[in-house]
Write a protein that binds this ligand. Structure first.
Ligand code: GP9
Ligand code: MN
Length: 698
């Protein structure tokens, strides 16, 4: 009688036997990764079951391709497919660790724009255990190489291979059916990639994403003017008029938009050993000249910084996947803040960023936004150690940016994008002036040090504004672009917030970011309205006295008394002053109590809010995907002519020179052509040895 082992051996010596072994190992490995490497939020027995089950259909279909081939080739093909699927899984594990999301084709398309920084972060987040995803492939390869199994040279009938493929699709159908019964509209709502992987597996998610991306290009080709109708109806219906108390109060002022990288609201007034971590920002927050918002949320998706910029400057949402600035920034028509302000009010517009211009496709998207200048890394002196890995260190960046700011004819709109407080929060010893946190989570702990550094750089900048008098005729807009500490670090978050356990409500509130408007004489105070990044542009427009009534903008003026105060998150969750919906759970916003059994009335309220959120996001996506603004004729607005804009160093410097001759209102011109840079004091240790800074001249 044959022993079980012998039987197994005989089984494995057939092609089907070997195939089943490959499938089995692949499924086990995928399941292991789902459980340990991702945070899919599996709840209940159905979801538990599907997490195991969904590994099978994709494995049968993809690995099954090899069954259509003959002999040895078919065996090796099986391993090649297995290796490719494993590589894809591996890439997703790394990507997920930083972004809490899965890779999309749009992200891959944009990887040229994002790769330089992405590469750096990936190297830093690699865990040895990640390589486990290749173990089965290696074992199988050794089995074949050392002839532990015999290659079955018999013909595997096409009919049988086809049966395996069909079985894969049938099982996928069953999987989808069970998934839909647990969560309806799984594929149509598309709000969260995590859901799709949880229910359908990584392979199905990838195919789904590919189809969607192709579909998007087709959508653009098919879009027409009529699609604007529902958009305009919705916006008209939800328009919130200006608050007369604030209407036009910032007219004629310079505008500084300060992009505070990864800064979250909980850092305001945050203390470490009794000391404020961000004293300069805290002071600004509490100043009587500052309108500070304490219920202001980031609303970014995968595009992170780029999504924040998209919202701030267009009042259009980023996309559910990828970065709209990358996928649509080059080709779409926009009616953005820089273009509006320069055309309507004669502003000089410039963005400043101490990184390469290609990141997030800024070099192209900014042209579409109508930015006249884009001062990126090459415009700055290359002083020793000026770079912290993610771009120039904030103190150096802020100071040196003033070399260009002082040359911009006033009034100007200047956006300064900081980067030092960016994951993985790298800062050299000489710049660290407080201790790191001690949560035991290495990725989180140094956040407080880079945030402190960011605050110091702000303090130096504010001093300069005061000293030069620029403060008097400027309005400052400061905002945190998105979370710095992702929900993957819950144990650390709980410690930082001094809480025992976190609920989904806590995580929702953890998405608050600072938003402040500061201007001499502004009627300030802490404003409790619920809002987010989408609302900034309409707010600014009303402060400047331009009516956004006929603009295609999806936010509402934060100061308007007619606001609905519904804050949509990019994945379709939301916050209102009354209720919060986060990760599928409902809460009272006031006290964080969970609503486990909603009354009929509450259910009705929820669905009304959800309808608004879904429509708001959906229509914004339609504008973006269909490039609908190309059909919208905004009265008094000329379509931006990108061909007239260049960010070439030599040409831009020339243009800046001429602009100052033409319009003699720059800070430098008004200062008898003397630079004000000496008024900028910084304690940046890197600049100590430089008596003067050499800026590029051509
Ligand atoms: C890079 C910087 C960071 O240029 O703006 O972008 P993020 O990773 O935060 O999206
Ligand atoms: Mn960012």
């Amino acid at each position: 009688m044959k022993t079980a082992l012998q039987k197994l051996r005989t089984g494995l010596n057939t092609k089907l036997g070997f195939f089943l072994l490959v499938v089995l190992l692949f499924c086990i490995k995928s399941y292991w990764a789902y459980q340990t490497e991702f945070n899919l939020g599996v709840k209940g027995s159905m979801q538990e079951f599907l997490l195991v089950f969904n590994t099978i259909p994709g494995a049968l279909v993809f690995l099954g391709i090899a069954l259509y081939f003959r002999g040895r080739l078919s065996y090796w093909l099986m391993l090649i497919i297995d290796a490719l699927l494993s590589l894809w899984l591996f890439s997703n594990i790394l990507y997920y660790r930083e972004f809490s999301d899965f890779i999309t084709f749009n992200i891959i398309k944009s990887s040229g724009a994002a790769s330089n920084n992405l590469g750096k972060s990936l190297a830093g987040i690699l865990h040895p255990v990640d390589f486990m995803v290749f173990v089965d492939v290696i074992i199988l390869a050794l089995i074949l190489l050392f002839h532990f199994v015999r290659v079955d040279m018999r013909r595997f009938k096409v009919r049988h291979a086809f049966t395996v493929t069909v079985l894969g699709f049938v099982l996928f159908g069953a999987n989808l059916g069970m998934a839909e019964s647990d969560r309806s509209q799984l594929l149509t709502r598309t709000f969260d990639n995590n859901y799709i992987v949880k229910y359908l597996g990584l392979e199905a998610y990838t195919v789904y994403d590919g189809i969607k991306t192709t579909h998007n290009s087709v959508v653009k080709a098919q879009a027409d003017k009529d699609q604007l109708k529902p958009v305009l109806n919705f916006l008209h219906h939800n328009y919130a008029g200006p608050n007369i108390q604030y209407q036009g109060v910032a007219k004629g002022k310079n505008i500084f938009v300060i992009h505070l990288e990864s800064l979250q609201q909980f850092m305001i007034d945050y203390k470490q050993d009794g000391e404020e971590v961000m004293p300069n920002l805290d002071k600004l927050y509490h100043s009587s000249d500052t309108l500070a918002f304490d219920n202001f949320f980031h609303q970014v998706g995968q595009g992170k910084t780029a999504d924040a910029e998209m919202m701030l400057e267009n009042s259009l949402y980023g996309l559910p996947e990828g970065s709209a600035m990358v996928t649509d920034g080059t080709t779409n028509t926009f009616q953005s803040a820089p273009a509006l302000l320069s055309q309507k009010l004669g502003y000089t517009t410039a963005s400043f960023h101490g990184d390469v211009p290609s990141f997030w496709n800024r070099d192209n998207a900014y042209k579409s936004f109508g930015y006249q200048y884009f001062f990126s890394k090459e415009y700055y002196p290359k002083t020793k150690n000026y770079d912290a890995g993610y771009g120039m260190k904030d103190k150096i960046f802020m100071k040196e940016s003033m070399h260009y700011v002082e040359q911009l004819p006033q009034p100007f709109y200047a956006k300064l994008i900081t980067v030092t407080n960016h994951y993985p929060y790298i800062l050299d010893k000489q710049n660290k002036s407080i201790d790191a946190w001690n949560t035991g989570d290495d990725t989180v702990d140094p956040y407080v040090q880079t945030a402190h550094y960011l605050d110091q750089s702000l303090g130096e900048f504010l001093n300069y504004l005061d000293k030069t008098g620029l403060r008097k005729n400027s309005v400052l807009i400061l905002y945190g672009d998105h979370y710095g500490i992702s929900n993957n670090h819950q144990a650390a978050i709980a410690q930082i917030l001094h809480k025992k356990k976190l609920t989904n409500y806590d995580l929702a509130m953890f998405q608050k970011v600072p938003f402040m408007i500061n201007m001499e004489g502004l009627k300030g105070g802490i404003n409790h309205t619920y809002g987010g990044e989408i609302d900034v542009l309409p707010t600014l427009e009303d402060l400047l006295g331009i009516s956004s009534k006929y603009y295609v903008q999806f936010g509402q003026d934060l100061l308007s008394t007619q606001r609905n105060q519904i804050v949509p998150f990019r994945n379709g969750d939301w916050v209102t002053p009354k209720y919060t919906k986060y990760n599928g759970e409902y809460f009272y916003t006031k006290n964080g109590k969970q609503i486990t059994k909603a009354t009929a009335k509450q259910k009705k309220e929820f669905s009304k809010i959800q309808k608004y959120v879904t429509t708001d996001l959906g229509l914004s996506d339609r504008v973006m995907n269909g490039d609908l603004l190309r059909f919208y004729n905004l009265k008094g607005f000329k379509k931006v002519n990108k061909k007239n804009i260049t960010y070439n160093l030599k040409k831009s410097l020339q243009k800046l020179k001429e602009a100052q001759k033409k319009k003699k209102t720059s800070v430098k011109t008004e200062n008898n052509n003397q630079s004000t840079l000496d008024d900028y004091s910084t304690d940046a240790p890197e600049l100590k040895n430089y008596s003067s800074l050499i800026f590029p001249t051509k």
